[in-house]
Design a protein around this ligand. Structure first.
Ligand code: C5P
Length: 207
């Protein structure tokens, strides 16, 4: 029997657009491995907050450290988006992501540059987005549920600052890949957004 062909689903988009939820659901539905690539940048950002050089941190990244709950904090998110503009950091994280994307049996990766840089040959590409206030409201609710009572205005300012940095940078700026399905989740329930993504991937898998 031939080994299973790679099948890559690239899911990009701005912070808190619903990429994570959609990616996990798509991976589970099709039995694919899943990598949240934001965690790689967050892990580097967290080390930089502890005084480590960003390029050294990216080159020696311990993938076991990706489970640390500290990586979910707003401070680490901002640090991540600051080190993500450094081309050497992105280069150091490239091989791991590319290998994950092309593993036998298929994979879903979510991030900012999966369909544009990491895996332009991905069989399915989605760009998941939503308006900044909607994304900030979702993030604010998540933070509240975790006992972080940051005011909504601060969460919105954080989202907008990261959007601006991620979109304006020279290295792998945030944009929809050519041929990507653009899914605006501003007015969609999670269920509807997941089902649109699953239907899209199912059609491509059948093709
Ligand atoms: O997706 P998440 O919010 O966890 O990503 C944190 C930061 O890491 C983003 O704001 C972005 O600057 C950076 N990132 C990136 N490329 C990726 C994933 C994340 O530049 N593929």
């Amino acid at each position: 029997m031939n080994p299973p062909q790679p099948f890559t689903v690239a899911i990009d988009g701005p912070a808190a657009a619903g990429k994570g939820t959609i990616s996990r659901a798509v991976a589970e539905h099709f039995g694919l491995a899943h990598l949240d690539t934001g965690l790689l940048y967050r892990a580097v950002g967290a080390q930089v907050l502890d005084g480590v050089d960003p390029v050294a941190a990216a080159r020696t990244l311990d993938h076991a450290a990706l489970e640390n709950p500290r990586l979910r904090t707003a401070d680490v998110a901002q640090a991540a988006s600051k080190i993500a503009v450094i081309q050497e950091v992105r280069d150091a994280l490239f091989d791991f992501q590319r290998a994950f994307a092309r593993r036998a049996g298929g994979a879903v990766l979510d991030g900012r540059d999966i369909g544009t840089v990491i895996c332009p040959q991905a069989e399915a590409k989605l760009f998941v987005t939503a308006s900044a206030p909607v994304r900030a409201a979702r993030r604010w609710k998540e933070l509240q549920a975790r006992g972080d009572h940051s005011p909504f205005e601060d969460v919105l300012a954080d989202v907008e600052a990261r959007d601006a940095r991620d979109s304006a940078r020279a290295a792998a700026p945030l944009r929809a890949a050519e041929g990507a399905l653009v899914l605006d989740t501003s007015e969609l329930t999670i269920k509807a957004a997941v089902s649109a993504a699953v239907d899209y991937v199912a059609a491509l898998r059948a093709a």
